[in-house]
Design a protein around this ligand. Structure first.
Ligand SMILES: [Ca+2]
Length: 194
């Protein structure tokens, strides 16, 4: 993923929204005197970006992506393919200001598959299921780092593999499901057998 330079291409601030917080001054009578302590500027930090090199290590790509030197009170993020091009994008929360949508403009040549689970015997979202595509395995979860949650299916980056691929799902109920000859570059909905 290459979010790119903030404030210029390829990062694009596509939409924004705000949030408010309401606190009773009766419960916290001295809050107004200390409101400056909650200024978002106090929490600004640089962002970091690391790329998986495919050999069990990560490479610091912060400078290459144009993120070095950018200070912001970013806390929490959601990950999903918002524009349905197979590349995962980010929504990043920025304290005291609008959230940001970072569009992934990395090379579109690599193949991919997104697996969305629909449980029947297991829970509806298939939380806890293990999905295998080729040699890769993912566990279905919505947990996504600090103060964050994402529910957008399981994304598999397949590199130059043209497919089709074999998909195995091990559901929390104990059911094992295998799908053969699955075409790639698509979203695959998998319903647990009843
Ligand atoms: Ca995308």
């Amino acid at each position: 993923m290459q979010p790119g330079k903030r404030g210029g291409d390829p990062v694009r601030l596509l939409f924004e929204w705000g949030f408010t917080m309401s606190v009773s001054s009766q419960l916290f009578p001295d809050l107004n005197d200390r409101i400056g302590d909650f200024e978002a500027l106090e929490f600004r930090q640089p962002n970091s970006l690391f790329l998986n090199d495919g050999h069990g290590r990560f490479r610091d790509a912060t400078s290459d992506a144009g993120l070095a030197g950018t200070l912001a009170p970013h806390r929490g993020c959601g990950i999903a393919d918002f524009n349905a091009d197979g590349r995962l994008d980010l929504v990043v929360v920025s304290l005291g200001s609008a959230a940001e949508l970072w569009q992934n403009d990395s090379s579109p040549s690599s193949r991919w598959l997104i697996v969305r689970l629909i449980g029947t015997k297991s829970n509806r979202d298939g939380i806890g299921a293990r999905v295998l595509v080729g040699s890769q395995v993912r566990t279905m979860t919505t947990a996504m780092g600090y103060a964050s949650s994402s529910h957008a299916g399981l994304h598999f980056g397949l590199g130059s593999q043209a497919g089709p691929v074999r998909v195995e799902v091990q559901w929390p109920s104990g059911v094992k499901q295998t799908l053969e000859n699955i075409e790639v570059n698509r979203v695959l909905d998998v319903v647990e057998p009843k």
